[in-house]
Design a binder for this molecule. Structure first.
Ligand SMILES: [Zn+2]
Length: 411
């Protein structure tokens, strides 16, 4: 996390800020009190999580700590980026790129490993952390927690997906940002370029200081959210509850002090995770692995992997390597719901598909889809805010196939 930032936090009108906060709390309560949403665990996502191991995660942290310092203006900065490049390549990545920029007069770079998506028009997911460290004197800045711990999470998520042959729908970019401690310099450079190029970035998952948890401290992780992406933070919170042993805590602390902030400023949906107990060794020569809890950091990384997979595979995950074999209408999510719900269905081959919502008397309330659909998983929202509480039926028909699901709207 950066100790200084040249950014000015967006100003808020007090009342609208309170109103937004209340809305956030209400939507959070709606999800947390929804047993169906909490229970919705995809076996395919669950299968990936144990592949992200504590020991592999720890090996990345140790490798970064061994540099002694990763201070952005130190003489070894190029060997750090070369190490990150080699690490990504050792997992099997062939697309590892540099995004070069300057901080003052010093040359800096972000390192980006890309896993191309099958549906490039769907956009990109960015999983990121800063690799630079800071302490005074800067010659001894091991930066194990800040931020080898976050960088290791990015590396480990990248490793698992590549090693096990995951074929993403969206393009996944794993980014190690430089010069964060100098004022979010690398991420600001990157986010501004992305915006100028008109890139579609669906979500930005940033990890900054995630492995300090002393014995007896709460097994909790903070989600730092931004006004334009409450829903993403709520989804992360839900994912953490469903897939990990951690307790999620939504917070607005340190909003403008980490690499997700420049993305939020550019209008992208972003958040970052940070340990619940702030390390006493922050920005000191004592920020070493001896004070870290690797199992805790790895668990945060697993939550990130689950979130990434959930967004990429569109909620209920079908084995992404195989072509879908049959039509299917998945259970809507969340369910019960109180306004908006997602309806997902699978089309095994290009064909005409009709998806409708009716009430119990058979009256058609909404048409979700009607027409030619391509092979794959489709997802559409049903906005039921104008409908009364009750049970509704969602039906998918195509040729001779028909499947119905029960939707429960609760106000
Ligand atoms: Zn820091």
């Amino acid at each position: 996390m950066s100790h200084r930032s040249q950014y000015v936090a967006p100003r808020h009108d007090g009342d609208s800020r309170r109103a937004r906060l209340i809305i956030t709390i209400l939507s959070l309560l709606a999800i947390l009190s929804d047993p169906a949403a909490r229970a919705q665990v995809s076996p395919a996502i669950s299968a990936y999580l144990p592949r992200l191991t504590d020991s592999s995660y720890a090996s990345h942290v140790l490798g970064l700590e061994e540099f002694g310092t990763r201070y952005a203006n130190a003489a070894n900065v190029q060997s750090v980026t070369a190490w990150l490049d080699a690490r990504f390549r050792s997992f099997g990545y062939t697309d590892v790129a540099y995004d070069d920029f300057t901080s003052g007069s010093s040359a800096q770079r972000n390192v980006i490993a890309t896993l191309p998506g099958q549906q490039p028009s769907g956009g990109e997911i960015i999983v990121c952390a800063h690799y630079d460290s800071y302490a005074s004197p800067t010659t001894v800045a091991p930066g194990a927690d800040d931020n080898a711990s976050g960088t290791a999470a990015v590396l480990e998520m990248a490793r698992v997906l590549k090693t096990y042959g995951y074929t993403p729908r969206l393009t996944l970019r794993f980014i190690a940002f430089g010069a964060e401690e100098l004022g979010l310099v690398g991420s600001s450079h990157y986010a501004a370029l992305a915006k100028a190029a008109g890139r579609t970035i669906v979500q930005v998952q940033n990890y900054d200081m995630i492995a300090y948890r002393p014995h007896g401290a709460p097994n909790a992780i903070r989600i730092i959210w931004y006004d334009n992406a409450r829903d993403l933070a709520v989804q992360d919170s839900s994912v953490i509850r469903r897939y990990t042993s951690l307790t999620p805590i939504l917070s607005t602390s340190y909003r403008n002090q980490s690499d997700s902030y420049p993305f939020a400023v550019q209008g992208y949906r972003a958040f970052f995770n940070i340990e619940q107990t702030f390390t006493p060794w922050y920005h000191t020569a004592h920020d070493s692995t001896t004070s870290l809890n690797m199992a805790y950091g790895a668990e945060v990384a697993r939550s990130g992997l689950a979130l990434l997979l959930e967004t990429d595979a569109a909620l209920t995950m079908i084995d992404p390597v195989d072509h879908p074999a049959a039509y299917a209408l998945e259970q809507n999510y969340p369910n019960p719901f109180n306004g908006m719900t997602m309806i997902q269905y699978v089309v095994p081959h290009s064909s005409s598909v009709r998806v409708t919502v009716t009430d119990l008397l058979g009256r058609e309330i909404a048409v979700i889809a009607d027409g030619e659909k391509s092979e794959g998983v489709h997802r559409d929202a049903w906005d039921a805010t104008a409908q009364p509480s009750g049970v509704y039926l969602c039906r998918l028909t195509s040729g001779g196939f028909s499947q119905t699901r029960k939707l429960l709207l609760v106000r």
